[in-house]
Design a binder for this molecule. Structure first.
Ligand code: XMP
Length: 509
């Protein structure tokens, strides 16, 4: 990358949002934990210090050596970052005496200051801090205040070091984007030339250099990330990329054939492997969700290992890992418990002695979609809902049989088809059906039935970490329910899941 902003993470829940906002300005940036600061290279045009749940007054709170970059590149401290700079320079940071959480309005703004150019007086900002900067040393100038926060923003006189106590990255700070643009573009001098076209061009060139004539193997899942990653690698090395798509018997109805077909259309060198029976055998009798996940993961590795052994001279394993997974695993909070293993190929590289190539590991999910669009990938693939690696295996509660898979595939197909037909598919983040391990009494014609119950689940979310149940129209639910009961033999009751996450999860297992 020719230019970038370095974001130092002190553990704030908003750090990723700062990165999102900077990238929305078409400027590349990276998040690094405060205790692993990379060496300052000429491409780093500025540094942003994030917020933190900690207090600078506490012993052992996150600290950094400012001399690494202060005076060399512009610095913007946000909330804790601003308090830290002030605290280290002789300012006074104290517990807030009044509540400083939520909306506030700037009551003074120094419009001559480059950071606040065109920021309106009275503009709304978002505060979220337990401490406040009570006083700053003489070497600082206060450039904005609110009625209750005197030091809402400051500049260290004669330098390009700034601090703001509010959060420009959250949408409640109405001119937050303008403020970040002032910093990144006007103060740091970034060119705003980081676009998905430029990303594709630079990444393909990098991949060609890195991979040369080596062969790469990739497991594809039909999902957005692995598809976009594969197309990038394919653009770089063509037929030297070998893709494998495994039918684990737990995919959606018709998905294996459709996805394989679209991969072939995209020119990928892909082999479809029907391993349904192997998976059903490995799953036979297992009821515990984690045991099922393990069995699916292990079987996948066995199948993939066997298939890739048929290929000679493969040196690399390509993966669709994206940036949030990387940040989570190196964040100051330590690896998150919510992190998901990708494509269930964990353990493979060591076993097969492969090097890893992950062309999307600097991108957020929506950036992956933009890159996919630039690459000309079909919008229906790019807009697909997330689907878990273990597939229907964790949507059939209890043990798995081919017959249960067939029932659930039919139900899911009616539900998802209905969402598409009624223009609701793109309005929800993820949807699917769960086959419950209970039977209930019903009546069909003159006959008493005793059949299965399915639960439909549709959620709205931005990242899957938290989610709300989607408020689908009653009329739609009524239509889908009767369609399912009429069309899918073996089901006589449909319920709709109205639990949010937390405390529930999206999947039932
Ligand atoms: P939960 O159920 O944890 O799901 O709220 C959050 C997101 O993760 C997906 N999910 C998985 N994905 N392997 C995966 O690849 C898994 O074992 C797994 N479990 C859940 C889920 O579909 C949702 O998008």
């Amino acid at each position: 990358m020719s230019q970038q902003i370095l974001i130092l993470d002190f553990g704030s829940q908003y750090t990723q949002l700062i990165a999102r906002r900077v990238r929305e300005l078409n400027v590349y940036c990276e998040i690094h934990p405060f205790n692993k600061i990379p060496t300052l290279t000429p491409d780093i045009k500025g540094v942003i210090l994030s917020g933190s749940p900690c207090s600078v007054r506490d012993a052992g709170s996150p600290d950094i050596d400012m001399s690494l970059f202060e005076g060399k590149v512009p610095v913007l401290g946000v909330c804790y970052g601003a308090q830290l700079i002030a605290h280290k320079t002789g300012g006074n940071v104290l517990p807030s005496t009044i509540r400083e959480y939520g909306r506030a309005k700037l009551s003074t703004v120094d419009h001559h200051n480059a950071l606040l150019k065109e920021i309106s007086l009275d503009t709304q900002v978002w505060m979220s801090h337990g401490d406040t900067i009570a006083s700053v040393p003489d070497s600082f100038e206060i450039i904005a205040s609110t009625p209750s926060v005197k030091v809402a923003a400051y500049r260290v006189k004669g330098t390009d070091t700034y601090g703001i106590q509010f959060h420009p990255e959250v949408t409640h700070t109405l001119q937050g984007k303008e403020l970040l643009r002032n910093f990144v573009v006007h103060i740091c001098g970034c060119a705003q030339d980081w676009t998905s076209d430029q990303f594709v061009e630079a990444t393909v060139a990098d991949l060609q250099k890195k991979l040369g004539n080596d062969r790469v193997v990739m497991a594809l899942s039909g999902g957005v990330d692995s598809t976009v990653a594969a197309i990038l690698v394919h653009k770089a090395i063509g037929k030297n990329l070998h893709c494998i798509f495994v039918d684990n018997g737990l995919l959606r109805k018709g998905e294996f054939e459709q996805v394989l077909d679209s991969y072939k259309h995209m020119g990928l060198n892909i082999k479809g492997v029907d391993a349904k029976e192997k998976f059903y055998t490995a799953l036979a009798g297992l009821t515990d969700p984690e045991a099922k996940r393990k069995a699916i993961g292990k079987t996948f590795i066995d199948v993939f290992d066997e298939e890739s052994h048929a290929l000679t001279d493969v040196k690399w394993l390509g993966q669709g890992t994206i940036y949030p997974d990387i940040i989570e695993s190196v964040s100051v909070k330590g690896p998150s418990v919510t992190i998901k293993s990708h494509h269930n190929v964990g353990g493979l590289p060591a076993k097969m002695k492969l090097k890893i190539v992950e062309p999307l590991n600097t991108l957020f999910k929506d950036e992956v979609r933009l890159v996919g669009k630039t690459l000309g990938i079909d919008p229906t693939i790019l807009g697909r809902h997330p689907f878990p690696g273990p597939g229907l295996g964790i949507r059939i509660l209890g043990d798995i049989t081919a017959d249960k898979v067939r029932i659930l595939q039919e139900v899911d197909s009616v539900f998802i088809g209905g969402l598409r037909e009624h223009g609701l598919y793109d309005k929800v983040w993820q949807a699917g059906a769960m086959l419950l391990p209970v039977q209930s009494v019903g009546v069909m014609g003159d006959e008493r039935t005793y059949e299965r119950v399915v639960s439909l689940r549709a959620v709205t979310s931005t990242d899957g970490m938290t989610a709300d149940w989607a408020h689908l129209p009653y009329e739609f639910l009524a239509t889908v329910s009767s369609d399912i009961i009429n069309k899918v033999k073996g089901v006589n009751r449909v319920v709709y899941d109205i639990s949010s996450k937390p405390p529930a999860t999206i999947e039932w297992e």
